[in-house]
Design a protein around this ligand. Structure first.
Ligand code: C5P
Length: 217
């Protein structure tokens, strides 16, 4: 059976990561979290004191970026940054650097390279529109901003002492950044199936995706 390339795009907190992982496991496919790549650029830029509007500096950061994906760990320049890229500061910085063409261009090749042989579930903002326009199946996962903030809060916000309203404000700001940028803005591909997960569990979303791919209504 031919290995498929499946894309899942959507705003922050829509459940892309949970659903992509579950779907990949079910199909025996690899899983690519492209947000982690933008976070890695943000983290490396900050470590090198490169500001998010410094295109030359960002170009150097990307050229020297030595990323390796080892299982579920992300290693940059020999350092395991898996957990360090999940802070609110790196999150907003990732959104800022991701609007710069020099960064998007550099990551485009890395992402396409990983998708070449199929057998991949790729998660992000522009997987179905820009990176893999010929993907076999495209999904756009959405939910109300309140619901998305609630999920983040339950996931780790409460434990880290962040308030729900602060998380919701950050999500709104990031959605606005990601949707309004000139290059590869967050939007559903014309041929994507949009799923509103507001009142659905991750399992229900995955079941719906499997049914869609099997050609069942
Ligand atoms: O998905 P995640 O929240 O980890 O993504 C972090 C940021 O990276 C997003 O807010 C977005 O600005 C950027 N991103 C992107 N294109 C992608 C994936 C992520 O611009 N394909």
């Amino acid at each position: 059976q031919r290995l498929l390339l499946i894309t899942i795009d959507g705003p922050a907190g829509a459940g892309k990561t949970t659903v992509s992982r579950m779907l990949a496991r079910k199909l025996g496919y690899r899983y690519l979290d492209t947000g982690a790549l933008y976070r890695a650029v943000a983290w490396t830029a900050r470590s090198a004191d490169v500001r998010p509007d410094d295109d030359r500096g960002l170009g150097d950061v990307c050229a020297l970026l030595h990323l390796r994906i080892e299982g579920s760990r992300l290693v940059a320049g020999g350092e395991d940054i898996t957990d360090r890229i999940r802070t609110p500061e790196i999150t907003m910085l990732a959104s800022a650097v991701s609007a710069r063409p020099v960064v998007r261009q550099a990551l485009l090749d890395i992402q396409r390279d990983m998708g070449r042989d199929g057998g991949l579930v790729a998660e992000g903002r522009d997987m179905g529109t820009v990176v893999f326009p010929d993907a076999d199946f495209k999904f756009f996962l959405d939910a109300t901003v309140r619901q998305r903030a609630m999920r983040r809060y339950r996931q780790y916000g409460r434990e880290k002492g962040q308030s729900l309203s602060r998380i919701e404000a950050d999500i709104r700001r990031r959605d606005a950044n990601d949707s309004s940028r000139d290059i590869a803005p967050l939007k559903a591909a014309d041929d994507a199936l949009t799923i509103d997960s507001t009142a659905m569990t991750a399992r229900q979303v995955v079941d719906l995706m499997m049914a869609h791919m099997a050609g069942r209504p």
